[in-house]
Design a binder for this molecule. Structure first.
Ligand SMILES: [Mn+2]
Length: 278
C-alpha cells in the first residue's frame, strides 16, 4: 500500500501533517456482502489517479500523512488519539461502520463531549444489538448516541421499528433527514434547517458509502436503492459544514468490486472531497 495521494504530494511527517489518513480494514460483523477490509487499500491506490482540486485550497497542500493500517478497534482508537496529539484531522478509511466507535471515543477523550456527528448512511445503525452483537455495524450509532453525542442522519432509507422509535425519542438527540424526504420535499430555507439550532459547531462526519445511491455506488456490503446522487451529496456536505469546524472524518463500508475502477475512483474522489471541507 502506498500513501494517500502520494502521486501529487510528498507524504507529510505525522507531526507536520494536517491530515492523518488511517486505514482501518476492520471487518467482523458484515451482514450481506463482504470485502470492506479491502476498502482502505483500494481507496489509497485509487487516490493516485486523483488530480489536484482546482478550486480554493487543495487539501493535499496542507500535508497528508498515511498511517499504518489499524486492524482492530483498539489500534484505531490509538491511531486517532495520535492524530489528535499531532493536531491533525483524523480521517479513517473503513472497514465496516463499527470503526467509527473507537474514533469517537478517542475524540471525546481528547476534545471533550461538545461535538456532534453527521452521518451519511442508507441505514440508521441504531439497533441495540444485531445478531446479539452490540458492536455490530448496525449498532454503531446506538453506541455513539449512548456516549451522549448528538447525531444527524442523512440519506437514511432502511431501518427497523426499534431504530425509528429510538431516533424519534427527543432525549436521544438524533436528527434525521431520510433520503425520500430530501429528494421529494425538503428545501433548505430560513424555516427548514438541516440541523437543529443547538447542534454543536464542532462536527465529526461519518460517511457510510451506502448513503450514496446504489446506481453510482454498488460496491458496498448492503446497497439500498433510492440514495443520494453525486451533486446532491456535495451540496449537502457544503451546506452542513458551513460555519462549522470538522474535527474528524471517516469513509466506511466501501467494498471494492474487482475490475470496476469507476467505483474505486468514486470512493477516492469522495474521500478527497471530504478532506477539502476541512
Ligand atoms: Mn452504516
Amino acid at each position: 500500500m502506498t500513501a494517500f495521494l502520494d502521486s501529487e504530494f510528498k507524504p507529510a511527517k505525522p507531526t507536520e501533517a494536517a491530515f492523518h489518513v488511517i486505514p482501518a480494514p476492520y471487518e467482523k460483523s458484515v451482514s450481506y456482502g463482504t470485502g470492506t477490509k479491502f476498502g482502505p487499500k483500494t481507496i489509497i491506490e485509487s487516490s493516485s489517479q486523483l488530480e489536484k482540486i482546482q478550486r480554493g485550497k487543495d487539501p493535499g497542500e496542507k500535508g497528508i500523512y498515511t498511517a499504518k493500517p489499524a486492524p482492530t478497534l483498539n489500534a484505531i482508537e490509538k491511531a486517532v488519539s495520535y492524530a489528535l496529539k499531532c493536531q491533525a484531522t483524523p480521517f479513517l478509511l473503513g472497514g465496516e461502520h463499527t470503526v467509527t466507535l473507537p474514533a469517537i471515543k478517542a475524540l471525546k477523550a481528547a476534545c471533550g463531549p461538545d461535538f456532534g456527528l453527521i452521518q451519511f448512511d442508507a441505514h440508521a445503525d441504531l439497533r441495540f444489538a444485531y445478531e446479539d452483537d452490540p458492536l455490530s455495524h448496525a449498532s454503531v450509532m446506538r453506541r455513539i448516541s449512548e456516549l451522549g453525542i448528538p447525531i444527524a442522519q442523512f440519506g437514511t432509507r432502511s431501518y427497523c421499528q426499534e431504530e425509528q422509535d429510538y431516533r424519534q425519542d427527543k432525549k436521544n438527540k438524533v436528527t434525521f433527514h431520510d433520503a425520500e424526504e430530501l429528494f421529494r420535499r425538503f428545501k433548505v430555507n430560513k424555516k427548514n434547517k438541516l440541523l437543529p439550532a443547538n447542534f454543536p459547531k464542532k462536527i465529526y462526519i461519518s460517511f457510510d458509502i451506502d448513503g450514496l445511491d446504489s446506481a453510482i455506488m454498488p460496491a458496498t456490503g448492503t446497497p439500498v436503492p433510492g440514495g443520494l446522487l453525486w451533486y446532491q451529496t456535495l451540496d449537502l456536505l457544503a451546506e452542513l459544514t458551513k460555519g462549522r469546524t470538522i474535527i474528524g472524518l471517516d469513509l466506511v463500508e466501501f467494498s471494492p468490486i474487482k475490475n470496476f475502477h469507476a467505483y474505486d475512483f468514486t470512493a477516492a474522489t469522495l474521500a478527497y472531497e471530504l478532506m477539502a471541507l476541512v
